[in-house]
Design a protein around this ligand. Structure first.
Ligand code: GLA
Length: 379
């Protein structure tokens, strides 16, 4: 018997946990065919549902105290509040592919903070996708499920994200980061250094204008490829541009485009180095690359904010910290810190205190570990 989250679902048939994620390195490279290194975290969207036998979806978002009903035969984003567009988008993407989607009554709650850059929306999509995948026997692999959810976000919600967040929520592996090649779509779990914790520091700053700035960065990357193709025929994306070639030709790019593209080219090279270090278990050298990655996001890609910079500065001076950087799209949200397990509690306390002293703002710290991807149970 599944214990119901809400009295409105006395006997849930389905119980799903889909995790949020952090990205350890490889930021803003998933839409440039690069390699990313995310890990699912032990904070989850928790969804319960029963099948209703008609074409309506009745949703309750417990944390928001909101309810809505929509019909699967008439799915339109404009008619829905923001939060309902994620589940509805998944249904829409499935129907587009000719997959069956059952009407459900569903409730959900989330321990992934909203708008903090920990992929709460991808976790909602993956939770609903995993539910329908089982309920309607779609037979999708976890990677295919992630792709369906990305399509929901790109085409129904209208956010032009890459595949990393949905992938991490669907495919996470306990104790591991996932080296995910967003071009070949192959992936490999890489163990995190022994006896380390992922300490996530939430700046409390929510991402404003993030969507338009994100799309602008994407456009700059595409523009760089278009202009560099004159000198490097045959390149399809910034993944194809080696650093020495970039150095030879970057003077031909407009200043901002060149700066943004440099981050991507260098970050892709950094991830390749970082994966080797992780495989050798060299947490200290890996952590150093995280710090370099942050500097690049701050100075070249220009997606950091002062609060995130302060969090990284403070963290790197505290005992037990191997590495620190902003995680996710930036413009607000969280930093991720790789910290020796035995120092993690004190590190967390001191980081929070010092952050308030330096900025006057209140941050929140989540002590996390790398976790399994989405899990579906039926009762
Ligand atoms: C957001 C997007 C991802 C990725 C990151 C930046 O989280 O959803 O696809 O582009 O930003 O690395």
């Amino acid at each position: 018997m599944i214990k119901p989250l809400s009295p409105s679902l006395p006997a849930p048939q389905w119980d799903i946990h889909a995790p949020g994620r952090v990205n350890l390195l490889g930021e803003h490279v998933d839409y440039n065919d690069g390699i990313v290194l995310p890990a699912a975290i032990d904070r989850y969207v928790h969804l319960q549902a029963v099948e209703t036998g008609h074409t309506r979806v009745e949703l309750t978002a417990l944390d928001l105290g909101e309810k809505i009903t929509f019909d699967l035969e008439n799915l339109q984003p404009q008619a829905l509040p923001d939060w309902a567009r994620y589940p509805a988008g998944v249904a829409w993407a499935a129907l587009q592919r000719g997959l069956p989607v059952s009407g459900i009554r569903a409730v959900y709650t989330s321990s992934v903070p909203i708008g903090a850059g920990l992929s709460s929306s991808a976790a909602v999509e993956v939770a609903f996708g995993a539910l329908w995948n089982e309920l309607n026997r779609w037979g999708l692999s976890r990677l295919e499920l992630a792709q369906l959810c990305q399509q929901a976000e790109n085409r129904f919600v209208g956010v032009n994200c890459g595949l990393m967040d949905q992938f991490a929520s669907a495919c996470g592996i306990k104790g591991h980061a996932l080296m995910f090649d967003t071009r070949s779509l192959s992936y490999e779990p890489v163990p995190l250094p022994a006896s380390t914790a992922l300490v996530i520091a939430d700046s409390g700053m929510r991402r404003t204008l993030a969507n338009s700035a994100y799309n602008q960065r994407r456009a700059d990357c595409e523009e760089a490829v278009r202009l560099l193709r004159v000198y490097l025929p045959g390149i399809r994306s910034l993944r194809d541009v080696r650093l020495d070639d970039f150095n030879r030709f970057s003077a031909h790019l407009p200043e901002q485009v060149g700066r943004h593209a440099r981050h991507v080219v260098e970050e892709i090279a950094r991830v390749e180095k970082a994966v080797d270090l992780l495989k050798q278990g060299d947490g200290a050298a890996f952590g150093q690359l995280m710090v370099e990655g942050h500097a690049s996001l701050r100075d070249l890609y220009q997606v950091s904010i002062p609060e995130l910079d302060r969090l990284v500065e403070i963290a790197t001076c505290l005992p037990g910290c191997l590495g620190a950087r902003l995680t996710g799209a930036g413009f607000g949200g969280c930093t991720v810190n790789l910290v020796e397990e035995e120092s993690a509690q004190i590190f967390a306390q001191r980081l929070a205190q010092e952050y308030t002293l330096r900025t006057g703002k209140t941050g929140e710290i989540y002590l996390c570990h790398a976790s399994e991807g989405v899990h579906v149970q039926t009762g």
